[in-house]
Design a protein around this ligand. Sequence first.
Ligand code: SAH
Ligand code: SF4
Ligand code: F3S
Length: 447
Amino acid sequence: MSPKYHIITFGCQMNKADSERMAGVLEDMGYSSTEDVNEAQLVLYNTCSIRDNAEQKVYSYLGRQAKRKHNEPGLTLVVAGCVAQQEGEKLLRRVPEIDLVMGPQYANRLGDLLEQVFQGNQVVATEESYIEEDITKPRRQSKITAWVNVIYGCNERCTYCIVPSVRGVEQSRTPEAIKAEITELAKQGYKEITLLGQNIDAYGRDLPSGGIGRGVGGKVTFTDLLYFIHDVEGIDRIRFATSHPRYFSKRLIQACYELPKVCEHFHIPFQSGDNDILKAMARGYTHERYRQIIDQIRELMPDAAISADAIVGFPGETEEQFNKTIELIEDIGFDNVNTAAYSPRPGTPAAVWQEQIPEEVKTDRLQRLNHVVQQQAAKRSLRFTDRVEEVLIEGFQPKEPRPLMGRTRTNRITFLHENREDLIGQTVRLQITEVRPFSLTGKLINE
Ligand code: SAH
Ligand code: SF4
Ligand code: F3S
């Protein structure tokens, strides 16, 4: 019987994509996956360190498996991802049962690292490293939609953020490698791709000039990349995340408008609606500039969905400044906003600033903000009432009554109560019969 693995993934889409790659490596090595963590001979935690609560979750999960290892010494414990990078060796001291600590840049190299483990070593792989193109195939969760990394790392220095120190410097994949991966996905029957980068607009600035580049000095830009990959046959939809307001260009908006496969959904985090807070965060834009970008998008694509991330309780944030964030959300009318209370992260500038906001104040602001976000989302959903929407069906929902689930081009989750496996992977036209703040229900229309 083949040995079993179980991967638990925390954090963002990058981590999800990395987990799929690591699963691919493990399957290549002869492992097969199991749903039951206690049945696995190899347990891998792909960790997130964006906020303290994400980090703490890892330790509590780890504790349980570390105990199990006392009775089952053959168990291999791997900690990958952003907490692994942040803590390195310290993790081994804290949980000595761990066999392998590996940063995100090593996802491709899980096989080599495990070999060292099986030779009897405890291994820490957190040195800054160049990410080689994959030789193994990821084992993807979905057969319909796929993540495609375009740029790793982040060179921004937002004063609250741990990502640059755990994901390293920007490294773009070549347009050719990206297109080759998408072509392969299309061959396998995938219909939708999401291009991934922490700051996707930075794509290309670390690559040599030339080739398809139309940016400054002949550099390749993200917009060039969109044009370059757009026509891969078989792929119906293209999405991307995350955009940084500082770099969001008119040319990109024009490209999204012109290119039919690029979906009308923009995820552009603003973090705060107050200019002084934005400055302290070192975000490099004002709320006026942010509003201008949204206006430009809506001028060409009036129905586009807009989502974002926001932080409350950044050091020094006054009630008045917090209200500016509420104001921005109400003025723009977001389809969704991921909200978070500021969490001080090790080694980031804002973590040691005076004027930290008390937890109760942060929690209270977060609740008030979430209320507004929900209200706005509900309002935005109303526009779908009775409308006919194109929905790409991704599969059955696991929960009873197991409706089919898909998404509109604008990224609204949409349910369809039909027991029709043949619709998976199809783009169907649905008449929307029910709207909720973050999801819709529709029925097939007879044409
Ligand atoms: N690259 C993206 C976001 C990366 S992290 C961007 O620049 O917008 C995802 C989100 O986590 C951020 O948008 C931010 O809202 C939140 N976040 C990051 N660091 C945080 C911290 N220290 N405390 C609370 N939220 C944080
Ligand atoms: Fe973090 Fe800022 Fe980079 Fe986003 S752009 S990952 S918030 S440092
Ligand atoms: Fe978390 Fe790392 Fe992503 S810190 S949000 S998993 S880049």
